[in-house]
Structure formats: structure tokens, C-alpha cells
Write a protein that binds this ligand. Sequence first.
Ligand code: AMP
Ligand code: MG
Length: 517
Amino acid sequence: MLHFDNRLVRELPGDTDSRNHPRPVIGAAWSPVTPTPVAAPRLLAWSREMAETLGLDERELHSADWLAALSGNGLLPGMETYATCYGGHQFGSWADQLGDGRAIFLGEAVNHAGQRFELQLKGAGRTPYSRRADGRAVLRSSIREFICSEAMHHLGIPTTRALSLVATGEAVERDMFYDGHPADEPGAIVCRVAPSFIRFGHFELPAARGDEALLRQLVDFTLARDFPEIGGDPEQRMARWFEEICVRTARLMVHWMRVGFVHGVMNTDNMSILGLTIDYGPYGWIDNFDPAWTPNTTDAQGRRYCFARQPMIARWNLERLADALGTIVPDPEVFGAGLDRFNATYTQAFQRTFAAKLGFAGWRDGDAQLLEEAFDLLNRAEIDMTLFFRRLADLSPGAPAAEPLGAAFYDTARQVEHAEGLAAWLQRWAERVRADNESDTLRQARMNAVNPCYVPRNYLTQEAIDRAEQGNASGIHELLDVLRHPYREQPGKEHFAAKRPAWARNRPGCSMLSCSS
Ligand code: AMP
Ligand code: MG
């Protein structure tokens, strides 16, 4: 039995209007809202690690009461349901109020170790923040969120988590490519879990509205609940807190660049105050290395959120948070130090991480150029990012033959064209490795700890989705199982480490995704 202690609704002002209709919510941080029941819920998948962290045993999770709670059909003792109010900058422009349009909180669970977790159902029906949308989620996007958030956790990357995936037994209508062809799709609900789902946009909205009282309450609450370790006088605490957010966000960006993750929609409402990966929408994983790649079809023109721009965008988003917090401090310049820390932390973590990815003991002068040349080669020769870095560890610095990298090429003509360039680069890489004068074992262990063998490649998740839409959820379990140990070669599971097959190159869901979910 989970213990709930719902601080957010207890300590922050709530909406006095309890009717569930779309509206601007002024002067309140949250609105009470009841999930809309679904016809025939079925538990398709769950995370045993997340259940364990919460202190739930599997039998409990499979009980009728839990199924009801995870599908929005009933509440367990201590649960309270609400949606929170936030705004955000979308694609560079201020979007005003957004809010939890299809996420409904179940409350804050506290486990045996005293750790606090917010639980929320994504796709549980309309809220006052749903605007014209239905508050629901389709199975394909729910599978994507379920698998990727757990995979991120196993990769050691800060993320919100997923406890469960429930099929609702109801249809949801979506126009997948916004081209006037709506179709019915199976609906689903993911129960997401995080110590805090508070976003940059939670602070931006009251700041934009000039609601200093609410902004202060939100800041005080977040500091007290989510950052209790930060001390000092009020202004110092704000500055230190912002600096901490900058540091965490910088580290997160390095993680994403390390594994080839493209979030796809880095709007400020999708930025976590804890530096977690949050809101899995049209995200994607780099197959053939391309810094300009984005899976999000809505962003295909501007490529604002493409792979290479993510760190820069994170910084831009932090500046918007600083603008918001700056409305309630005497000297908004105090946040400059945090922004400087973002750059310094990013550079430092990036160098440490990419030194490890390349197998170097540390970052030296000249390594930046070697890495730049690798990126250029990977891009022009269409080489798979994950396979390249993983296989690089197998090469002998004494005689770096390119053969083990053969499987990472997508195009034979390009492979031939760039064979000489690759051989030359490998010679210089090998020379650099030899300069460290380390044992192969040590170097390989360091490389294999940061270069995953298995990532939830877009096509792998799509295969699991295709099967689940035919009524067979076992693909979800198989994929998640492999992704539990992403850095360990798993005999018999080679299929999951393979580069994207030709059929998936331009298939929707594998390389292109819309925001429709
Ligand atoms: P996103 O781009 O997914 O981060 O969503 C932006 C905003 O749209 C958030 O306020 C979401 O809650 C809202 N939203 C997205 N999809 C839906 C939906 N199907 N029903 C209601 N609100 C939605
Ligand atoms: Mg969002």
C-alpha cells in the first residue's frame, strides 16, 4: 500500500472553479480534476524497477484496485487528482497558458526510504488546460513514452519514469500527419513518475501575468520541496537554485549528445526544473550521424530542435527562466552566474564524456579537432553513431583496421568513397590512444561504459508498436528487457543492436514523427 502526502495541493493555491471546462486559470497553481473513466482497461506493461522503488509488489500492481487507479477509473486511499497550470515558449514564441492538458496527477507518493514521487496519468481525459483537444493519448505514443523513459533510466540519464502502460479499450481519433485524414487509433494511458514534474513554464506563466504573489509561492514551494539542500538569504537561494538548474540541464544535454537522443520539442514547457528528460513526444535516436536531424516533422523546416542545437536551445530556455525569476528579485543580474555555469559545466562534461567515448584517459589539446573530424566523417560517410562508438573499442591501437566498423555504414558507395579518409582518421586516433599508454582492458571498459550497445532506436520501438496494435504486447517486454542492460553485450540479442534496416529509412514512426499523439 502506497502512502500519499500531497504537498502541492496542500501548500499551493488551487483553482476555485471546480468545473472541468477549458479556461484561463488565474491566481492558482492547479485545478482539481477527475479522470474520465475508460471502457475496458488492460495492463499491457509495467516497470518492475519503478514498482520496486515505490515499494509495490507485482501482485498489488495487478489487483483490480490498482488497474482502476492506473486507468483513471478509481482512486486508492490518499490519492487526490489535479492538473497544474503552466505556460511556455513554443518554437521561440511565448504561447501563454498551456498546462496539464492531458496529464492528471494522482498525488505524491512517499516510499519507505522517504523519497517523494509525483504520479500522473497521461491520457486520462480532459482538464481545464485541454484547450480544444481531447485529453487522451494513443497507444503508439504511449508505448514510445513508456519504453524510452525506462530506457533512459537504464542508460543512466536523468528522466521522468513510467510505472505502467494501460490500454483503455477505447478509440482515439488522430490526424497523424495533419493532412485531413483522421483515423481511429487505440487509446492508452501511461502512469508517469518523477520527484517533481515542475517545468520552466510553471514560473514563466505567473511572471508573464505579473502575478508576483503566485510566482513567489511557486518558488518557495519548489525550493522547500524539491531543493531543500539550498540555503542562504532569499536572493542567494534563488541564485543558487537557478545555478543548480543550469548545472543539471548542462549535464543532461551532454548525456543526450552522448547517446544520440533528439528530444524533438524543447519548448520551455517541456523543460524540467530537476534537469530530467521530460515529455516524450516526437523524439528520436540518431542512426546515421547527422547533426541537423530532427524526427519532428513540425520542425522540419526550421530545425530549431535538431540534434546539434539542443545545448544552445537549453541555454536559451534557461534564459527565459531567468527572465521569469528576474521579475521578483531586486537585481536580475544575479542569474548571470548560473548561465555562465551552464557553459562551463557543458564544456567540461562534454570533454570528459567524449574523451571517454573515444577511449582517451582525458581531454587534451587537439582532441577537439580529432572529434570534429570524426563527426564530419560520420556525417558525410553516413555512419551509424551508436555502432561506430561501440565498435571503436574493438579496434587495436597497434593496427587500427576499419573492418569492425563495416557494419556501421548505411551506404556501400559512401563506404568506398570515404575508406581512405576513415583509415587516415583511425591512424591518428590510434596514435592518440597510444599516447595515453594505458592497457586495452582499461580503455575498453571506459569506452563501453559510455557507448551503449543498445538504444531504443526508432524502428525497434515502431516494431513493438506494430505488434501491440495487432494485439500482441510481447514486443514491448522484449525490447524493454534488452534495454535494461544497455552497456552489456547480450548474446542472442544482436538484432536489437543492429543499424536501422532499409525499410525503416523513410517510414513514419521510424524517421519522421508528428506531434500528433
Ligand atoms: P506538448 O507539445 O505535448 O508538450 O503539449 C503542449 C500542450 O498541449 C500541453 O499543454 C499539453 O497538455 C497539451 N496537449 C497535447 N496533447 C493534448 C491532448 N490530446 N489533449 C489535451 N491537451 C493536449
Ligand atoms: Mg509538454
